[in-house]
Each structure stands twice: as C-alpha cells, then as structure tokens.
Design a protein around this ligand. Sequence first.
Ligand code: C2E
Ligand code: CA
Ligand code: CA
Length: 739
Amino acid sequence: MVAQTFLMVVVWWKTGHPLYLVIALLMVLVGTLRLRNFRKYNSLPSPTTWEEAHQRENDYILYGTAHGLALGAFCLAGIYFAHDTFAEIAAVCVTLATATSIAGRNYGSPRMVLILIIALTWPISLGFLLRGDFYHVFLGLLSAPFLYAIRKFADTVREVLFTAISEEKKANHLAQRFNRALNTMSHGLVMLGPDGRVAVANAEAAQLMSVRSPEAMLGRSIHGLLMRGVAGGLLALKDCRYIETQLTRALREGKDRKVLVSLSNGQYLEFSAREGSQELGVITFEDVTARVAAEEKILFMARYDSLTALPNRAYFHEVVDEALRTGDRERLCALAVLDLDDFKSVNDTLGHPVGDGLIYAVAERLAVFASDTVKVSRFGGDEFMIYFDKIDGEEHLRAMLDGIFVALQGEVDVAGHSLRIQASGGAVLAQVRDSEVDAMIVRADLALYKAKELGKNNWYLFEAVMDAAFRSRQVMKADLRSAIEASALRVVYQPIVSMNTMRIVSCEALCRWDHPELGPVSPAIFIPLAEEMGIVSEISTFVLHAACAECAKWPDPICVSVNLSAKDFRSREVIEKVKAALAAAELAPNRLEIEVTETALLDDKSQTRAYVEELKSLGVRIALDDFGTGYSSLSYLHKLPLDKVKIDRSFLADVAQSPRSLDLLKGIVDLSKSLGLSVTVEGVETFEQLKILAITVQPDLVQGFLFGSALSSSGIETMSNTTWPFAQDISLARLAARR
Ligand code: C2E
Ligand code: CA
Ligand code: CA
C-alpha cells in the first residue's frame, strides 16, 4: 500500500493532475483504516462461531473493497481521464501486480476475490473501452478472460488448501482412533519400520516391557528392548537370542509365528510376529500366564492319575516309549507290573473309599522309588507299572524289585481299618534294542499270572515258556470259538448220592470239550477262557438245554445240577434262559438245581442276588458251589437265597489224617444244616472218607470218584436204581461207632 501510494504521488508529480493527489490521499485513508482492521483481528484468537467468522469476513471484504476501488480509480484516471504514457504504464503495472496476489492471498474468501477483481479490472477496462478506438476496446474486452482466469486460480488454490486441511483433520481423527484402539488393546503391539526400529508402540507394550511410556520405545531395536529384559533379570540371555532369531525369521518370511517366553518372575509372554504391510513388521505380545497355568493343569489332569498323582497309563506309555527310542540301544531295561492281592474283597467288604485309601498308600510307598531312570505309574484299578531304564542284569533287577516288595509290605491304617498290603508282581527284563512297550506289558502280565498262580505275595520274572503258553492260549481260544459254533461240546453227568440211602438223587452236569488235537480239555481250563472271551453264556445255554432234556428222561426223583458262571448273572437274560430250558424239556422246576460260586454272588451283590432270588421263585433250587475256596465267610450264608451248600473237596482231603480238619469240616456242615441248608460234600474218593462222613460229619449228600466219574446220560438212566454196595458196610460201621 505504501508503494502504491508513493507511485500515485509520483504520477501526480509527473503529470501535475490533481486527481492523482486526491486518489493518493484516499489511499492513505483507506490504508490506515485497513491497517487498523488488520491489527484488530491479528490480536484476537481464531473465531469459534460461524457468525463471528462471517463478521470478520465482512469487515475484511469492506476494507478490501475500499482498497480495490481506490486502485481502480487510479487506473481509470490513468487510462481515461489524465492521459500520460507513464500514468498508463503505472496503471497497468499496479493492476497486474495486485491481480497476481489476489489468487495467492485472498483465496480464502471467494466473494473477496470476485469483488477485488471487479474493483481492480473493471475501471481499467472501462478506461480502455471509453478510449473508443479498436485497439483499446480490444484491450478492455480482454479483462473478461483475465477476470475468469484469476478467479479460477483462486478457486483452485482454495480447493487444494481446503482439501489439505480437511484431509489433515480426517487423518488426525483417524490417528486418534487408532491411538485409542492401540492403547486399549490387551496385547502389547510394536510396529517396526524398514530399519528394524520401533515406529509405533502401544501403552500395553510399554508396560509389558517395563518401559516408561510408548514414546520411549520409539526408535529402539527389538534387540535393544529384549536386552532391557536381560538387564532387568527377567530374561535369560539365551532366551533373548532365541526370541530375537525366531521373530526376525518370522518377520522376514512373512509367516505368523508364536514364541512363548517364560520370565524369571513366573510370568509367561507370548510373542507373535505378523506379516506387516508397507515393509512394517508387526509384533504383538501378551501376558499368557493364566492360560499357560490352565494348560498345564489340563495337561497334568490328562497325564496323571487323580487319586495318586502318579503318571497314568497313557502318559506312562508315552514316557517309556520315548525312553526306549533314545540312548544306548544295547542297555538293559525292565518293566514290572504290580497287582494288589485280594483288592476286590477290600472294595467289596469295606467300600470303595477304603479301597481308594489303600491304593493311595501303595502309591505313596512306590513313588519313593521314582527317579530319572525309574518311572512309576498307576495303570488303573489296583495295578501299578514300574519301568527301569538302566539295569545291570537280572541280579540288579531282582535286588531292586525285592527292595520294592519289602518297602510295600506291611500294615497301613485306612479310615480306622488296619489293612495289610500284599501284592503280586510280574517283571520282564530285555535289551532296549528289541523292546517295545506293549509287548513288554504283555510279558510282565504273563509273569504276573504266574506269580498269582504260584500263591501270590511274590513276584516272578518272565520266561520265554510263558510266551509259548500265552500263544497256545490264544490258539485255544480260537478253537473254542469254533467248537461252540459247531456244537462240538458235550455234557456228562456225575452222580450225587444220598448219604442215608446210598442211591443217586441227583447228577451234576459237567461240560466236556474234545479238542481235535489235544484230546479232552478240562472245563477248569476252557470255562475261564470262555469267560475271558465273553462267550461263556453260550456254553451255559447249551448245558442248560441238554441237562434239562436228559433229566426229563430219568426216573422222576432224580434231579440235575447245572453250573452257571458269575458272568451269566451280569444280565437278566439268565432267568429267561432257565425258563426256556425248563419249558423246552417240560421239566418240573424243582428237578433243576443251579450251582453258583461265591464270586458270582459277591460280584455285584444286589443285582446277582436279585436274579438268584427270581430263579428261586421259579421253583429252581440254588446251591452254593465250591464253598470254602473263596473269601468264604460263614456269616453271610444265611443272608443268601440258598437251598444247598456244596463243600469243596479240599476240606475232605486230609480228614482221615488230621482231627483238626475233621473238626473244621464237621463245624461247617453242622452250621450249614442249622441254617436249614442241605449239604453236599464233594470229592469223596475213598471208602475211608465215606465212612468218616457217614459216622462223624453226616452230610446229606456226597459226590466223588468213589461213585464214579461223570457218565453219559444213558449211563445215569441205567444206574438210577442202583444202591451202592457201601450201604451195608456203612450201616455196620455206624453201629460199631454207636457201641
Ligand atoms: P465243580 O463245579 O467243582 O465240578 C466238580 C469237578 O470236580 C468236576 O471237574 C469233577 O470231575 C471233579 N470231581 C468230581 N469228583 C471228584 C473227586 O472225587 N476227586 C477229584 N479230584 N475231582 C472230582 P470238571 O468236570 O473238570 O469241572 C471242573 C470245573 O469246571 C467245575 O468244578 C465247574 O466249576 C466247571 N464247569 C464244568 N462244567 C461247567 C459248565 O457246564 N458250566 C460252567 N459254568 N462251569 C462248568
Ligand atoms: Ca459244580
Ligand atoms: Ca464244586
């Protein structure tokens, strides 16, 4: 404005025209007012309301227009009213110089731009037009495209700047949201620039890394950050190297990769590297201490037995498998299985909590032996497995196992019951090279069977012959299945004789299997096999039907006894089976007797008892077989739904020699009789025995080889009327005894 005013004064000086002086004075006035306006607003803060902004723009336009008009007047004067070459040049220069700044300075207000252009260019154009000649008129008309162009520039500048401002605002907004998101996320997050240094970090990251603030992390390298952890004693140096290589590799390969790090304060951090865009690597990490603890707990539950906290079957298998696959292939290893003797009776008589207590006590004693090379596991039930990784030889193993057996034995107090721990064991010793877990377990089990067979409370080492026995058992099982399918079994009948009359009153049906190669196989062998295979009930059905059908052919008073397995009483079907056999043979139920063993009755007391009672209600009689061989207790005899007790032949074995045995036998027989049960003594082989029975023990019935072994059905028919010749001798002996 100073320059413009000065120019006007110079033009007035040159031309002497007073109009220029007037305009120059006008400029001074306008300039002063405008400056004051500038000053006023410069000291104010930015407007906050639309109205205020509008007010300021209006003021701005008012003084701007006044300035523009003053310049316009100067131009009009120069071109039209006071001709002079210098004045003309000055007018054109002022217009051009000012016009160029319009776009650059006034773009903010489109109104101001338009008004200024009009105020500046119209007077000069008017001046040219009024000059009237072609050339000046042409010049005057050119102001139109000039005006258009300047306006366009201003618009463009304004738009560019507005866009820039609004984009910046948007970017700020976005950045704020991004920040919010970053700083409220539960993960620590770090973004790395192409130089491998932190470009972005969130609050959680700073906290987890124990850095003051996210800003303090910027510009640092991953290595630098991890080394802080090392310096603070949270991270081991080798962990630091490991994490660094894992993360850098993951970032380079663009693969998602997780690295779990345990800190010395018990915390677990999980780092994940993620593929970043625009060369940015993203690393997130979080505190997974709770998750790791939960996982560990689940793993523990999956691997360890809940009662004893010893490794369970699956985990033991895994551990031994791993041990067998590593280390010296030539070394010896061993596997032992331990099984508590008569554990079932503890469970049955004292209840499961006491049984659990006993298992726990055993586990405690065994756990003492666990070490790097000895692994102890509870395999389930009352079965424990021990794996020995390095054994010097058989003597070494024997010493160790004997030691374990000694430590195991003894009394233990469980819930007020003083229980004796007694176990049987089986062990196998082998070279690691040709060992395999499952095979070792099978062999240890075979040795365990042997130990149980040899009288329990001891352990036995596996020998190759056992394997052969085991294999032949497997072959026999297959043969038995075929025999049952081909109905190749038969039934024979052993007489049961009345003590008083010495005549057959009943017969026991005994099953026979004639093996094509092995010859006759004892039911004492194949019945347990069939039980193991779960097909014993098929044998029972066959024997029941055959026995009922044969018995129906015998003279009326003679009855038949059929042995049923404990497994038969697992299902109610047993009742239908008996009914069907009786119906098919049209046999009166009171001519059939069912023999059950104590184990069957104890198996699942309430259930089996209910079935036995139902059988009894059909009119069928029930005999307790092999009395005295199991956990026999006279105290429960009267509680069971029995008609008869069959006393095992072992009670008879030495009655002739031992008065004590005789007393015992007599006691049992007397007690049974006093309970209203009829008594059969099994296994009578000699006349001597029979005589003692007749005179002292006086059971109701006798059975044994003295009266012949089992016969075919027709044999029984023939003998049905026989009175054994001992009858007379016995009467004589009785008389002699009375005298
Ligand atoms: P058990 O029920 O005690 O049957 C009596 C066994 O003793 C029979 O052996 C019989 O031959 C034998 N025995 C008879 N008198 C004497 C004797 O004076 N001295 C000696 N030392 N033994 C004698 P077997 O036939 O070998 O049967 C053995 C066991 O097999 C039976 O013992 C019974 O528990 C079972 N069994 C037999 N047949 C069947 C059946 O059809 N079903 C079921 N579930 N088990 C059966
Ligand atoms: Ca029997
Ligand atoms: Ca028996």
